[in-house]
Write a protein that binds this ligand. Structure first.
Ligand code: ZN
Length: 81
């Protein structure tokens, strides 16, 4: 899997629409891709914060901001590997 595909999946992951079968590919990509690990950790921590606060539904504006952050991080990574 490429990092770009990973990014697309992460967008679905943020929306809570990820398929568990895809999650395996996701995990195996993470094993050898450090930049993706960092991004995924950030997302997981953010999602966890929401769950711990018992806010199960992330506000749409927040999700859009997260999507945008993801895209920015990836374009930086691609420009400066
Ligand atoms: Zn990657």
């Amino acid at each position: 899997m490429k990092c770009e595909e990973m990014l697309r999946m992460l967008n679905d992951y943020v929306d809570g629409e990820i398929d568990p079968a895809i999650c395996d590919q996701f995990e195996s990509h993470l094993e050898d891709c450090n930049p993706c690990q960092i991004v995924v950790d950030t997302i997981r921590n953010t999602i966890k914060l929401y769950k711990d606060g018992e806010v199960f539904e992330m506000p749409l504006a927040f999700r859009e901001k997260l999507h945008q952050t993801l895209r920015e991080r990836w374009s930086k990574k691609i420009e400066n590997p």
